[in-house]
Design a protein around this ligand. Structure first.
Ligand SMILES: *[C@@H]1O[C@H](CO)[C@@H](O)[C@H](O)[C@H]1NC(C)=O
Ligand SMILES: *[C@@H]1O[C@H](CO)[C@@H](O)[C@H](O)[C@H]1NC(C)=O
Ligand SMILES: *[C@@H]1O[C@H](CO)[C@@H](O)[C@H](O)[C@H]1NC(C)=O
Ligand SMILES: *[C@@H]1O[C@H](CO)[C@@H](O)[C@H](O)[C@H]1NC(C)=O
Ligand SMILES: *[C@@H]1O[C@H](CO)[C@@H](O)[C@H](O)[C@H]1NC(C)=O
Length: 778
């Protein structure tokens, strides 16, 4: 979400105050959903099934009134988890939850949390060009039996992106099913959509029964987000994809030969952790190879974030998990989904934009972007009266923001109105302007958005402009007696330089949980992405938008995540033996950090180049990832050993170690020694520590006999030495280890960024390096 965070916070605070008094009286008695993790191995012999045992545990803690008379433990348990996670989700009051936490066999108990979809809706019209490298490659790899589970809002099965013509039969090992419900029948699954399931018990427990008049209680996607992400992962090619006659091209997913299984976990009222956990558990049991999860939120710790725990279980079962990094940028430390066993994906632009201009009465032309020119095109020769309802003070007010009910038709009718970004969705401001009779809108960025432009499919002709030029137009409108303007729309422009650029909204590092694990892992296209759309909602997602389109354009890390999920599916198809960590390593060590002008990747929110805190290892490079030369592999036990360095209590560690009966091997001296493809070294505030050594092991997946030399970028604050400097491989899958010795020369106040590359003449295996010197707290 874009918008003014300060005002939002204020809004949230004021509405909370009103309810606080009421809530506190009832909290003890109110039932909420808790996820209860159980020690599967501790089941006494006397119980024939785990469910029976779990039920008896829940029963044993219920408050008195429920113990007598009608036993309602059937109602209390809403999910049983048995694959990636073990336990139940149950409705309990606070007292019951506290008692259960003490009970034998209970590993951990977490309250239900709400997660958000990581999208910033940015529907646009565009002409889709196939991504040259990936599409060529995708053709070659069609028809491999890789199944990607997409946790989202469901699917719109009639979309041509899910046409299964030419696909082979569903693999026999697939155990998923097609759940039916309103407007979703068995025949809506096919050889492309091989599974569709719904998870709503946590949602209903939190918000009340789904009103089936308003919401499909079935895998059908009413929102569009799930259709868009699923099609981005593995949509079949659709020729002549076009929007209202504007766009034209072939739309296709990253892995058009892969299968999709839709797990609907997000509903009109949000996405809930017990539902998400159940979907991951089910998906792993169904046999997915990759999970694509474009949502986040949750809790900022490894052991309390159920998505992190579920992903650990999925990873143990060999499933690659790709998650969106979040849209909290450009604030630093705004990442979500930072667990090292998850692939965390940030967003960047493509080489395509949608120019439009506003020419004001002085003759000055201001450039911006737009994806909607209107049905009756504004005359570019005529000037229209221009009006701004705000003042020249720098803070926006309700009418400058064009909030609902703030625009007087007498003042704006027949005019072009200037609206500030913030508080309400951008397209909604256009709707307010349109309803007040405006003929057009200039949408101005404020300080919060700077110069990053987002093109939208507005309901009236509109041009989005940056903060600086927005200010200029506003001053003109306020100071001229009869200010005028006209808008012009220039369509789609390709070959934009520079690109890619890290999107301003893409969440940034550092990784607040563990500085030694660099996050995000990579960036991928996430701005103005065209993919299939629901038939239930217009492209602006506003209920008043009666337009219906087969494709829509969205922006967000929600869109970049499925790109990586699709590419991971292709890697899995080509290298079925690769672990999730090996796939991630291939994506990271082949990523690039220069744009199409050969300069370091830029950051849309800054004038300085982006750093590894913005782009991780860089922008994915699918062709190269196919043949990375070397990989940094990580076993599930290695991740557990990493957790052992994270100051978790034995109980908290059990959350991860229970099923494989894991215990700490104490093999990692330092969390930075996890065999991660990125290197982050942290000098403690104790200035007497001047030398730190990290360890890595690479596996040769290239030619059996190969010799790699290392190249390290220079750092101001430290010398970096690698031992040995040459790696001689003599066979395939051979592992060789090396040490990286960091010696502080001159402590820096800011982290320093660089990289280390192993080269054999054919491959460049790059790891980003971050060196941080902690400053003593005074
Ligand atoms: C699927 O694609 C095939 C081949 O392009 C076409 O003949 C068929 O009509 C399509 N099916 C649907 C339901 O659109
Ligand atoms: C706002 O406009 C008024 C009148 O035009 C002017 O006197 C004042 O200096 C302006 N304030 C700012 C902050 O530009
Ligand atoms: C601007 O408005 C004034 C009076 O409102 C009028 O005299 C003048 O001609 C107008 N100028 C233009 C360029 O339309
Ligand atoms: C778990 O591992 C420990 C030590 O490695 C062993 O003593 C114990 O028997 C194992 N428990 C199970 C249930 O496998
Ligand atoms: C690797 O092989 C080269 C010759 O190709 C040799 O000079 C070098 O010492 C070897 N290095 C190691 C670490 O084995």
């Amino acid at each position: 979400m874009y918008g003014n965070p300060v005002k939002w916070l204020f809004f949230i605070l004021t509405s909370c105050l009103a309810f606080n008094a009421v809530i506190s009286m009832n909290t003890l008695l109110t039932r909420k959903t808790y996820i209860v993790q159980m020690d599967k191995c501790a089941k006494p012999e006397s119980f024939t099934s785990h469910l029976e045992w779990y039920s008896s545990k829940i029963q044993s803690v219920l408050s008195e009134p429920q113990k007598e008379g009608n036993v309602d433990e059937e109602d209390r348990i809403i999910y049983i988890y048995e694959t990636a996670f073990h336990g139940v989700a149950a409705k309990l009051n606070e007292e019951e939850a506290a008692r259960l936490e003490e009970a034998d066999g209970v590993v951990a108990i977490f309250p239900e949390t709400k997660y958000q979809l990581h999208t910033t809706r940015s529907p646009v019209f565009l002409r889709l060009e196939p991504e040259d490298s990936t599409s060529v490659w995708a053709e070659k790899l069609a028809d491999h039996d890789v199944i990607v589970g997409v946790l989202d809002t469901g699917v719109w099965p009639e979309s041509e992106s899910f046409n299964d013509t030419g696909m082979t039969a569903v693999p026999v090992h697939w155990k998923g099913i097609c759940e039916t419900g309103r407007a979703f029948q068995k025949h809506h699954c096919n050889r492309k959509i091989v599974g569709a399931r719904v998870f709503y018990r946590g949602y209903e427990a939190a918000t009340g029964k789904i009103n089936e008049q308003n919401e499909y209680k079935s895998p059908r996607d009413q929102d569009g987000h799930g259709t868009h992400t699923a099609a981005t992962v593995a949509g079949s090619p659709v020729r002549g994809a076009n929007l209202l006659g504007y766009a034209y091209g072939t739309a296709r997913g990253m892995a058009p030969g892969a299968r999709i299984a839709a797990y609907k976990v997000c509903w009109a009222g949000g996405c809930f952790s017990s539902d998400i956990l159940s979907a991951v558990d089910r998906a792993v049991a169904d046999g997915v190879n990759v999970l694509s999860i474009s949502l986040g939120g949750g809790v900022s710790s490894y052991y309390r974030d159920s998505l992190s725990i579920a992903a650990f279980g999925a990873m143990e079962m060999g499933v690659f998990v790709s998650c969106s990094a979040g849209n909290g940028g450009p604030s630093s430390a705004s990442l979500t989904n930072v667990s090292p066993w998850i692939t965390t994906v940030g967003a960047s632009t493509m080489d395509r934009d949608f120019p439009a201009t506003a020419m004001i009465g002085t003759g000055r032309t201001i450039s911006g972007v737009s994806l909607y020119r209107g049905q009756r095109i504004l005359s570019t020769r005529k000037q229209y009266p221009l009006v701004y309802m705000g003042s020249n003070s720098s803070s926006p007010d309700p009418s400058s923001l064009c909030l609902e009910g703030t625009l007087n038709p007498r003042a704006v009718s027949g005019k072009i109105v200037i609206c500030d970004r913030g508080i309400t969705p951008r397209v909604q401001k256009g709707q307010v302007a349109k309803e007040a009779g405006a003929v057009g809108m200039i949408l101005s960025n404020t300080e919060a958005n700077g110069e990053e432009l987002v093109a939208d499919c507005h309901l009236l002709p509109a041009v989005a402009v940056g903060e600086k030029e927005g200010k200029l137009i506003k001053t003109y409108a306020l100071t001229s007696q009869n200010a005028t303007a006209t808008l012009a729309f220039l369509g789609t422009r390709l070959g934009i330089k520079p690109s890619p650029v890290v999107a301003a909204f893409s969440s940034r590092g550092p990784n607040f949980l563990t500085l030694e694990i660099l996050k995000p892992d990579v960036v991928a296209p996430g701005v103005n992405i065209l993919a299939a759309w629901t038939g239930d909602l217009g492209p602006s997602s506003l209920p008043t938008d009666h337009r219906r389109v087969k494709f829509n354009i969205l922006s967000g890390t929600s869109m970049s995540c499925p790109h990586v999920s699709g590419i991971a599916a292709l890697l899995k198809a080509r290298h079925p033996e690769w672990s999730p960590a090996a796939i991630k390593s291939a994506l990271m060590t082949t990523a690039y950090v220069h744009d199409n002008t050969r300069r370091p990747l830029k950051d849309a929110s800054a004038t300085t180049p982006s750093t590894a805190y913005d782009h991780g290892a860089g922008h994915i490079n699918p062709m190269k990832a196919l043949d990375p030369g070397l990989i940094y592999d990580i076993e599930p036990q290695d991740y557990f050993d990493f957790l052992c360095t994270q100051k978790l209590t034995p109980t908290q560690l059990k959350v991860f170690g229970k099923y494989a009966n894991r215990s700490c091997r104490h093999s990692l001296a330092n969390p930075g020694d996890l065999n991660y493809p990125a290197i982050s070294v942290v000098f403690p505030d104790d200035t007497s520590i001047k030398v730190l050594t990290l360890h890595r092991t690479v596996t040769n997946v290239g030619l059996p006999t190969s010799k790699y030399d290392v190249v390290i970028s220079p750092f101001k604050g430290a010398t970096v030495k690698v031992e040995p400097e040459i790696l001689n491989f003599t066979r395939k899958n051979q592992k060789l280890s090396y040490k990286i010795i960091f010696t502080t020369r001159n402590r820096q106040t800011m982290p320093e960024f660089g990289g280390l590359v192993w080269k054999d003449g054919a491959h460049k295996v790059r790891s980003p390096i971050v060196i941080t010197w902690l400053t003593p707290l005074i």
